[in-house]
Design a protein around this ligand. Structure first.
Ligand code: SF4
Length: 356
């Protein structure tokens, strides 16, 4: 058990990176320090590298469904009965027009997400055309999530102008076979290494709550550190209709906060994102997640609804933090100290009823 006096905290949180050992990470997940103390320590590190800024991300799908893989958490996997709308890869012109619209809204980065195991030679060819066009004609940075690929394909995408690739590890190597049988953890690691080798920055994280142990979570926190991941989404499993995760773990808001803090201690200078599932799993504690984390998603998660921009920006401002977004934020300040006009008139109706 780790004591909680200030002197032992100083010893626990090293100034080196990672700031805790594997053993300490596991102890912290097991509740060895009161949650508020833990979050305060994580917040100190988050402030050191990111101040009080919160980066907002929005996902854009360019291909939905049509996937032969069986990732148990995904609404687009083969034989899924989730009923998501399927569509093949959008055309170069359709994607370009979406990028143009994003640019008109002030975005400097365009993020494309495509379903499937990985891009074929033909789709790599199409993607390179689209990436070059967006880079050259719009001057925007391009981020892509397109599954498993090798170094040759990574090189071609890099040469076309790709500057960020998303490829989540999702769970630990030991647990991977329980969530997917059509590809392996090492397939994922090799894709990340291929992108690292050609110099494309990586976004890769975890989905918590798919039946893994706390020690699996420690393994992933250290694996993303080892793989030099610069942006780490920490997702919390959303039990979508027809999912194939055998034993989802019950998560508490407190455990979610501990997990985010441990990812921060192990990866002090990486972007740690409180990602999909924050609404359902953190519930009334959602705002607290932005003490260890410094970014989040708004407007949903590919096939699942989430908080909109207005609610997200309100939460960030309520914390006294500063939202950062690549485009324009459609947000209106809450009137009258946060009470909307209609809720004020509802209050008076309620009071009148009491008086009668
Ligand atoms: S996560 Fe990607 S590869 Fe896995 S089933 Fe979903 S779309 Fe297919």
């Amino acid at each position: 058990m780790i004591a909680t006096t200030d002197s032992t905290k100083d010893k626990l949180f090293s100034t080196e990176s990672p700031r805790i050992s594997r053993e300490e990470a596991l102890n912290l997940l097991n509740g060895s320090m009161p949650t508020l103390d833990l979050i305060r320590e994580a917040y100190k590190i988050r402030q050191e590298f990111f101040g009080n800024k919160v980066r907002i991300h929005i996902l854009e799908n360019v291909k939905n469904g049509h996937c032969a893989e069986d990732c148990g958490y995904c609404a687009q996997r083969k034989n899924s009965n989730s009923g998501v709308q399927e569509y093949p890869m959008k055309t170069d012109e359709e994607i370009f027009q979406e990028a143009l619209e994003a640019k008109r809204n002030g975005a400097y980065r365009f993020c494309m997400v495509s379903s499937g195991r990985g891009p074929t030679e033909k789709s790599i060819h199409n993607l390179t055309q689209t990436i070059s066009r967006i880079r050259n004609e719009l001057g925007m940075k391009v981020c892509l999530s397109a599954g498993i690929l090798d170094e040759q394909k990574a090189k071609v995408l890099k040469e076309a102008g790709l500057d960020r690739y998303n490829h989540n590890l999702n769970t630990s190597e030991a647990h991977y076979g329980d969530i997917c049988t059509t590809h392996t953890f090492m397939d994922r690691v090799k894709t990340i290494e291929a992108m690292n080798n050609v110099g494309v920055g990586l976004c890769s994280g975890v989905i918590v709550g798919m039946g893994e142990s706390l020690s699996d979570l420690v393994d992933i926190a250290f694996k993303v550190k080892e793989l030099k991941i610069i942006s780490i989404p920490v997702n919390f499993f959303i039990p979508i209709l027809g999912h194939a995760i055998k034993n989802p773990n019950p998560l508490t808001p407190e455990l979610c906060l501990r997990i985010l803090s441990v990812f921060r201690f192990v990866n002090p200078d990486s972007e740690v994102r409180v990602a999909a599932g924050r609404e359902g799993h953190l519930r009334s504690m959602q705002a607290m997640s932005l003490y260890p984390a410094n970014s989040l998603f708004a407007s949903g998660y590919l096939n699942v609804k989430g908080s909109d921009i207005q609610q997200t920006v309100e939460m960030i401002r309520d914390l006294g933090m500063e939202p950062e977004f690549d485009g324009e934020i459609e947000y209106s300040e809450p009137a009258t100290g946060g009470y909307k006009e209609e809720s004020i008139s509802e209050m008076y109706k309620y009071k009148k009823n009491i008086e009668n």
